[in-house]
Design a protein around this ligand. Structure first.
Ligand code: SER
Length: 319
């Protein structure tokens, strides 16, 4: 059975990817690693194999990969876009330093490496509607700069050294286990928590601003799907556009209203996150992922909304 390591395991995606990988590949075949002390983490992460490690410590990471004979690494270490604008130098150091370490270790130890890119890898010069797989990528956020550089590095290490790098460009990810850590698309997560707790949300993104979004089960499906794909079909590699829904704030509010009729929303725009959002696509074209490894999402805005409200109502209100 494939032996898998997830680095950055305690984040929004890792905290759900680790249990899903353990379900598929078996508890003893999935190692979770993160900077955090295990006492700070959810039982779902630390009940299985857990290693506390700093991604920037090459020897420590290489040691873990050797110790468990790892065949595949999911690299989820990153500062998101909004935090990246507050700490651009740190964002460069962590997002690319961590990746570079894994690529270098990969030259020697030969494992598959998944690194997500993002809608953030695009910029104002990119075509906004049906954004093609291969197009202009001149992002204006530091997060985007690290994501484009990461895509290119992954391609380079595949071509030059044969490291089996793979990736997707994720939309904003909507989930209900761990909150995202400082992204531009976080409003589409926060809105559900506030809708349940207060029946009201103050949105920092302007009405009419479209962005791609995706529900966590589809995010996990995309990550695992591209890693399990038959790469002889690949024309692309780093990174595939993957999409499932695109909406603007009024549309997610309307979807919530169908389930919570007295829900209301007003606006208090954050200029930094609004600027980032406006530089990103309205909607990506994911036809290459569909053609090259049969990518197909399962959730749309209404089915995601019903599920989010059901799960969060149970947890936050005990009903
Ligand atoms: N969710 C991310 C962000 O907003 C985009 O990849 O930064």
């Amino acid at each position: 059975m494939k032996k898998i390591l997830v680095v950055g395991a305690s984040g929004q995606i890792g905290s759900e990817l680790v249990p899903e990988l353990r379900r598929i590949y078996g508890e003893s075949n999935v190692v979770a690693a993160d900077l955090k002390d295990p006492s700070q983490l959810a039982p779902t992460l630390v009940n299985g194999i857990y290693e506390q490690a700093d991604i920037l410590d090459t020897e420590r990471v290489a040691g873990i990969i050797k110790k468990y004979n790892i065949d595949a690494v999911y690299n989820l270490v990153a500062l998101l876009s909004s935090v990246g604008e507050q700490k651009p130098q740190l964002s460069w150091k962590i997002n690319l330093g961590g990746l570079m370490n894994l690529l270098e270790i990969g030259r020697e130890l030969h494992f598959q490496l998944f690194t997500p890119s993002s809608i953030g890898s695009f910029g104002p010069a990119t075509p906004k509607d049906n954004t093609p797989q291969d197009t202009i990528q001149r992002p204006t956020s530091m997060y985007g700069v690290t994501k484009v550089a990461g895509e290119l590095l992954c391609d380079y290490y595949y071509k030059k050294y044969g490291v089996d790098t793979r990736g997707v460009r994720f939309p904003g990810i909507i989930s209900n286990v761990t909150l995202p850590g400082g992204g531009t698309t976080d409003y589409a997560v926060d809105i559900y928590y506030e809708a349940i707790k207060k029946h009201h949300y103050t949105c920092y993104i302007k009405a009419g601003t479209y962005m791609d979004m995706m529900y966590m089960p589809d995010c996990l499906k995309a990550a695992i799907g591209v890693m399990e794909a038959d790469s002889s079909r690949f024309i692309h590699r780093n990174c595939f556009n993957v999409a499932s829904m695109s909406f603007e704030p009024e549309q997610i509010a309307a979807a919530i209203k169908k389930v919570i009729p007295d829900f209301t929303m007003d606006y208090d725009i954050d200029p930094v996150r609004q600027g980032i959002a406006e530089s990103w696509p309205n909607k990506m074209d994911d036809s290459c992922a569909r053609a090259e490894w049969d990518w197909a999402p399962s959730y749309d805005l209404d089915t995601m909304t019903e599920d989010m409200i059901k799960v969060l109502s149970k947890r936050l209100l005990n009903k």
